[in-house]
Design a protein around this ligand. Structure first.
Ligand SMILES: *Cc1c(COP(=O)(O)O)cnc(C)c1O
Length: 380
């Protein structure tokens, strides 16, 4: 956006609507079009479609403005995470939450096996433990709240520890979004998003992003993208930006729904636990009776969609341990709820009737269907 230096900073709601727009000129389009181009006339800085695209740039300007840094868009959240972890030298040391997103754990396992990296897993709620682990580390990686345990880290305290240790500090901000948490203000060098989730928000795009504190880090990340090739499609970037325009208003509604549901179900007899960090749109419930009971609940909803992923306008749920890669310290009966924009009474009523199936094995056919294995090794 073209803020004047003496003007007060715009609010995020306004930035989300106006950042990354083309110049205001007669008959110019309001939105940057989908630029379907593999190559560009020579003489400019972009040259080729793997190095840049105006549709990426529009998205990057908007998300970068919201996070307060320089954004590089990726083909997926994992593409973004791969680019950050590629900054860790061979034989380097990474600090990471023991309940990181399953894909992140899988990638860290791979770095351990192939590049001699060692990983110190920590409880991100314990800032002192993270600070101890940061000694001699190359990268402190934090996810907060964690997926799906919903543990919350003290980002500023960890930022001070990472700085004192001379380690790079990166935060996966997918669950909180820049509306609820600004890691760069807490000392992070890099922020990562699965833009597949709340940022695009309509369950129709897979995309990711890295936002860097400074131009040097931005360039290193962009170089990884050019070399690794994990580039987003121009249409995906367009859709993700269109979703981002309404992020503040979607988040407000979904968060209000989540708060209300967490309160209404807090003491439900079919639940051992309701985890909600007090903000955001994700709730994890632990169904009494374990895996089978939780699968029956997930298979019995009519409004909530039984599917992996999160952050869409539609409320979704799934039992996380159905994914073999999920940590075995996540309760077997934990069902992650991604709260969407429906009327809260409809969500509550549907969840209530689904919970009614928890203790009821029903006929054998239902039970068998409920335990069908998912197709791939890690959920989202
Ligand atoms: C989904 C997710 C990712 C991975 O993003 P993709 O877009 O699926 O590659 C990373 N981190 C968190 C917290 C996620 O929820």
């Amino acid at each position: 956006m073209h803020d004047h230096d003496d003007a007060p900073a715009m609010h995020p709601e306004t930035v989300a609507v106006h950042a990354g727009r083309p110049p205001r000129e007669p008959d110019g389009p309001m939105s940057t079009p989908v630029h379907l181009a593999s190559t560009f006339h020579e003489g400019g800085p972009t040259a080729y479609g793997r190095y840049g695209n105006p549709s990426w740039t529009a998205f990057e300007e908007a998300l970068g403005a919201l996070e307060g840094g320089a954004c590089v868009a990726f083909a997926s959240g994992m593409g973004a995470i791969s680019a950050v972890l590629a900054l860790v030298p061979t034989g380097g040391v990474v600090v990471a939450p023991r309940h990181s997103y399953t894909g992140t754990i899988g990638l860290l396992d791979d770095l351990v096996a192939t590049r001699g990296v060692s990983v110190r897993y920590v409880d991100v709620r314990d800032a002192d433990a993270v600070a101890d682990a940061a000694q001699g580390a190359d990268l402190v990686w934090v996810e907060s709240p964690t997926n799906p345990a919903l543990e919350v880290a003290d980002l500023a305290a960890i930022g001070r520890a990472a700085r004192a240790a001379g380690a790079l500090y990166a935060v996966d901000n997918t669950f909180a979004t820049p509306l609820l948490q600004l890691p760069l203000e807490s000392g992070a060098d890099l922020v990562v998003h699965s833009a597949t989730k709340s940022i695009s928000g309509h369950s129709d795009v897979v995309m990711g992003a890295v936002i860097a504190r400074d131009a040097d880090l931005r360039d290193r990340i962009a170089t990884r993208r050019s070399l690794g090739g994990a580039i987003p499609g121009p249409l995906d970037a367009f859709l993700a930006l269109r979703g981002l325009r309404t992020l503040p208003v979607r988040l407000e509604r979904a968060q209000a729904n989540a708060r209300e549901l967490a309160a209404r179900f807090a003491n439900h007899p079919a639940l051992d636990e309701v985890r909600y960090p007090g903000f955001g749109t994700i709730i994890s419930i632990v169904v009494a009776g374990g895996a089978d009971a939780a699968e029956r609940v997930a298979a019995s909803t009519r409004v909530w969609v039984h599917s992996t992923s999160l952050g869409g306008v539609e409320s979704q749920l799934e039992r996380r341990r159905r994914w073999p890669a999920e940590a075995d310290t996540i309760p077997d009966g934990l069902v992650r709820l991604s709260v969407g924009l429906e009327h809260v009474d409809d969500l509550a009523r549907d969840l209530e009737q689904a919970l009614g199936h928890a203790a009821d094995p029903g006929d054998g056919a239902d039970g068998a269907r409920a335990r069908t294995a998912p197709p791939a090794a890690s959920g989202h």
